[in-house]
Design a protein around this ligand. Structure first.
Ligand code: CU
Length: 383
C-alpha cells in the first residue's frame, strides 16, 4: 500500500491529468505529447518501486503479521512464468516481478529447412549471420485497481549479440544493449462462470527502445545495425488480447491470444511486422508450494513494411539481416515449467519460476536465424 501511494503520486506529477478516487492515474495514455519524459519518469519510478519492494520485504520478514490472505491461487495466478498479463489482482494488491528471458538462435533456416553458412554464401551473400543470443530482463509491476481491473507496467532491458562469418572466412560479432519498449497494459475481467474466467487484455507499447543502435562491422566503425539488433519498434504498438483461465482442484489451465499491432511508421521510415501469439497451458500443483506446467505457444509475425533509411540499399544483397522482406516467420514452441511459491515461512509471498522451451515447428522467410531454445527465469513478489 505504501508503494501504491508513492508510485501513483509521483507518476501523476510527471504529467497525468486525472486522479481517480483510489488515487490511480487514469490519464496516462492520453498524454502522448510528453511521452518521452513520462517514460523516463515511469522507468525511474519503477526502479524506485523495486528498491522499496526490497525494503518492504526485509521489514516483512522481521514482522510476521499478515495483511493478505495468501491463498496463492487467487493472487499469483498459476500460469507459466513465460505468460504475461494473464492473472488479475484483488483491489489494492501490488505485485512486482523480475524476469530474465533468454532466446538462443543458432544457424539459418529458409522455410522449414536448415541452411548452412555455405548455403547462405551460395545464395550470393557476402556476410552470413551465424548465431544470436538475446537476453531480456524485465521489471514489472501489477496493481489491482478494482476486482475487475488490474493494470501493469513492464520495463524491459535488452542485451543482444550476433556472430557473423564473412565469405572470406573472417568472423565478427555485433552487440547492442539498452532499454526496450515500455509496456503499459490493463487486464479487465469480462466474466467468471464457476471455475472459468475470461479476461480482456489491452496494452500500449511505448517506443522507448532505440532503433539507432550502432556497432563496428567490416563496413566500418559505428555502423547503423540491421533490424534484429535494434531494441525497439520505433512505433506506438497496440496489444489487444483475450485470456481464458480455468481451475479444478490441483489442475489449472488457460489460453491466451495476444496481437502486437503497429501504428504508423517509425522515424527511420519502416514499420515492423504485426505479431500474433496464441498459447495454451496446463499447470499442476504437486504440493501446496510446488507446481509444474506444460505449454504450447504458436506465433506468427510479418515482414517489415518500408525499409530502414539508415541502411544503404546495397546492404540488402550483402547480408540477409538488412533485408526487410526476410524477417517474417511462424513458430510453435513446446515449453515445460516449474514454480515454487512457499505458503509459509520467510519466503511466503514470493514465487520463483522457470520455464524452458524448444520450437517443434519453425517456418521462416530466410535465410534467417532459427530459434533453438528459450528460457524464462522469474521472481514475483506480492506486497
Ligand atoms: Cu501479478
Amino acid at each position: 500500500m505504501h508503494m501504491g501511494a508513492t508510485v501513483c503520486r509521483t507518476t501523476c506529477k510527471a504529467g497525468c491529468r486525472y486522479y481517480s478516487h483510489q488515487g490511480i492515474c487514469t490519464g496516462m495514455i492520453n498524454n502522448n505529447t510528453r511521452g518521452h519524459y513520462l517514460m523516463i519518469s515511469i522507468s525511474l519510478r519503477l526502479l524506485a518501486a523495486f528498491s522499496t519492494g526490497f525494503f518492504l520485504l526485509v521489514a516483512r520478514a522481521a514482522d510476521e503479521h499478515d495483511h493478505h490472505d495468501m491463498t496463492h491461487h487467487d493472487h499469483f495466478g498459476t500460469e507459466p512464468i513465460g505468460v504475461m498479463g494473464a492473472h488479475a489482482h484483488s483491489r489494492g494488491d501490488w505485485m512486482v516481478s523480475l524476469r530474465s528471458m533468454r532466446m538462443d538462435m543458432d544457424g539459418n533456416r529458409d522455410g522449414t529447412s536448415r541452411m548452412s553458412t555455405a548455403d547462405v554464401f551460395a545464395a550470393g551473400y557476402m556476410i552470413a549471420p551465424k548465431s544470436m543470443t538475446m537476453d531480456m530482463h524485465m521489471l514489472s509491476a501489477m496493481y489491482g485497481v478494482s476486482e475487475d481491473l488490474t493494470i501493469m507496467l513492464m520495463l524491459p532491458w535488452l542485451d543482444i549479440e550476433m556472430d557473423h562469418e564473412r565469405a572470406n572466412g573472417a568472423k565478427f560479432t555485433t552487440h547492442s544493449s539498452g532499454i526496450g519498449d515500455v509496456n503499459f497494459s490493463g487486464l479487465y475481467k469480462l466474466g467468471q462462470w464457476g471455475a472459468h474466467q475470461l479476461n480482456l487484455n489491452a496494452g500500449l507499447r511505448i517506443p522507448t527502445g532505440s532503433i539507432d543502435k550502432e556497432d563496428d562491422t567490416p563496413m566500418g566503425a559505428n555502423q547503423h545495425l540491421p533490424y534484429p539488433m535494434q531494441l525497439g519498434s520505433g512505433t506506438w504498438d497496440l496489444l489487444p488480447g483475450l485470456t481464458y483461465l480455468g481451475q479444478a482442484e490441483e489442475l489449472s489451465w488457460g489460453a491466451q491470444g495476444v496481437a502486437v499491432v503497429r501504428l504508423g511508421e517509425n522515424d527511420n521510415d519502416y514499420t515492423l511486422g504485426d505479431r500474433f501469439n496464441l498459447t495454451g497451458w496446463v499447470s499442476r500443483a504437486w504440493t501446496p508450494d510446488w507446481q509444474s506446467s506444460l505449454r504450447l505457444d504458436a506465433q506468427w509475425w510479418g515482414n517489415i513494411d518500408g525499409s530502414d533509411n539508415k541502411i544503404p540499399a546495397m546492404m540488402i544483397g550483402i547480408v540477409p539481416t538488412a533485408d526487410p522482406d526476410l524477417r517474417a516467420g511462424r513458430r510453435v514452441d513446446l515449453l515445460v515449467g516449474a514454480a515454487f511459491a512457499p505458503q509459509a515461512g520467510l519466503l511466503r509471498g514470493h514465487r520463483l519460476a522457470l520455464e524452458v522451451g524448444r520450437p517443434v515447428y519453425q517456418n521462416l522467410d530466410g535465410p534467417q536465424l532459427e530459434t533453438d531454445w528459450t528460457a524464462t527465469l522469474g521472481w514475483q513478489l506480492l506486497l
